[in-house]
Each structure stands twice: as structure tokens, then as C-alpha cells.
Design a protein around this ligand. Sequence first.
Ligand code: HEC
Length: 262
Amino acid sequence: MKPDTETNLPVKDPSDALVPEEHLAEHHPEAKNADYAEGIDVTQVHGAILREKSDPHDGQEPIPVWIIAICLGVVLWGGYYLGKNTANFRPDIFDTHAAAIGGPAAPGAPGAAGDTKAEGAAADSPEKQLAALMKEGKSAYGSICASCHQAGGGGQPGTYPPLAGSEWVTGDSHVLIPIVLHGVHGPMTVAGAQYNNNMQAWGPTIKDKKMAAILTYIRQSWGNNASPVTPEEVGKIREAFKDRKTQWTEAELLQLKANPPK
Ligand code: HEC
């Protein structure tokens, strides 16, 4: 097709036609009015279009199967690797605070070098574990309990009972733990003074380990001198009273004191 000299647009050359005009004139006289007549062979006229595929576009290529296979393989391998190497997301491995208490011993500590994690934990001296509990307990007490019971454990006369010198705090841990797990309400005598107030349950918001740390801290501070509380003990009491939804009363607590949960 030669371009028109003036418009530079292609000019149709009759010899370019798919079906030469002479052929049409001779064999298909009706094609002169092709718009109206049906006689022309449509398939033949469109033959060129049918033969050629449309031009490919960008961005429509399907993802090759081998890439899908590699991705699937990586995902499967990742799942296998996590499953095999995460130790069930044990808190003493994944919680850096937990590591301070029950985790591997610090480098240089007896049993640290080359030992397995479990052996390292066993090698942590009881004093070190206690110091870690006290440290965590002090900070948690300061942020959760001190607003009422005060940083010095003295409470607020008439409103918030003291923890320093409280027989509830230094007495049986199987009574103290439920008090803090489920809360307490109604009249109670603390360190010789009467209170009649109400404390919420802390069990839902404080996990066993932090709870043990707080209780150990209040049992061993401000002149109190009672045994530490372990996370296992808190867990056991939590389990024993897992269906309890209400706060304790003093009468119930005295009963509990006489009948420790199994
Ligand atoms: C919003 C104020 C408030 C906060 C916060 C609070 N308590 Fe109490 N607590 C009370 C009140 C009030 C009582 C007394 C309830 C009653 O009179 O029946 C009480 C009682 C107690 C008792 C038994 C009585 C005693 O003084 O020995 C203990 C133990 C105790 N709380 C520990 C804690 C611990 C541990 C925390 C932090 C986890 C805490 N409380 C946070 C208000 C609070």
C-alpha cells in the first residue's frame, strides 16, 4: 500500500484486496451490493483474520508452574521447620523475661557452656531465680497494685488494707493466691483493722509467672518474711478454681484456709 502523497495515509490498491475485484465481478456479481446480498463467502473474506492470532498483551502471562511449585515447596518447608524447631513456643525460650528465671544459665554460670537449655535452667541457682522473681514482682506490683496498696505496702487506712504486716499476705499461699486471682469483697479484718470494700479479680489479666512474682514480692518485702510463690503453685490454684466467677468473702477464705484444695 503506497501512502497518499498529500495526507500520507495508506491508499487502498485494488490489487491488495483479499478477493480480487475481477474475481468478484466474474463469479459473484451479487457481491457488488455485498451490504445487502448474502451470497459472498464470509468465511473466505475473513480468512486472514481467522488465520492470525491476536497480538499478545503485556501482563497477562500465566504464572509458570515451576514458580508455583517452588513457592509451595518453600511454604511447606517453612511449616515443617517451624513445627520442628519452635519447642511449642515455650515461654522459657521465647519470653526473654522467663529466660531470666527458668531459662538457660548466663554464659559463665556453672553448667552454661555447651549444656542443653534444660540443664542450664537446672543450673540456675535458687537465689538467682528468687532475685529475678523479686525484680519482676517489684515492677509489676508498682504498676498494678501500688495505686491502692501503696508502694510501701501500707495501704490507705479505712479504704485499702495494708499488705505489709497482713496475715493474709504472709499466711498460707493457698489462701493468698485465690484472693488475688478472683478478688475479695465485703468485710474483712486485716492487721487488726476492719475493711469493707471490694477488690477485683486479677487472674484474668495477670499470668501465672507474673502473679508468682508479685506474690513473692509482697511476701518478702516491707518486713514480711514468708516463702516464695512459684508459677506452678499459681497454676495449680487457678486450675482448682477455674470455674469460680465471684470474688471471695472473708468467711469463704477462712474455710479455704482450713481446707486446702487438693
Ligand atoms: C483498686 C484498688 C486495688 C488494687 C489496684 C489492688 N487492690 Fe488488693 N485490695 C483492695 C481492697 C479494697 C481490698 C480489701 C477488699 C475488702 O475489703 O473486702 C484488697 C485486698 C487485698 C488483699 C487481702 C487483704 C490484705 O490487705 O492483705 C490482698 C492480699 C491484696 N489486696 C493484694 C493485691 C495485689 C497483689 C494487687 C495487685 C495485683 C492488688 N491487691 C491490687 C484494693 C486494691
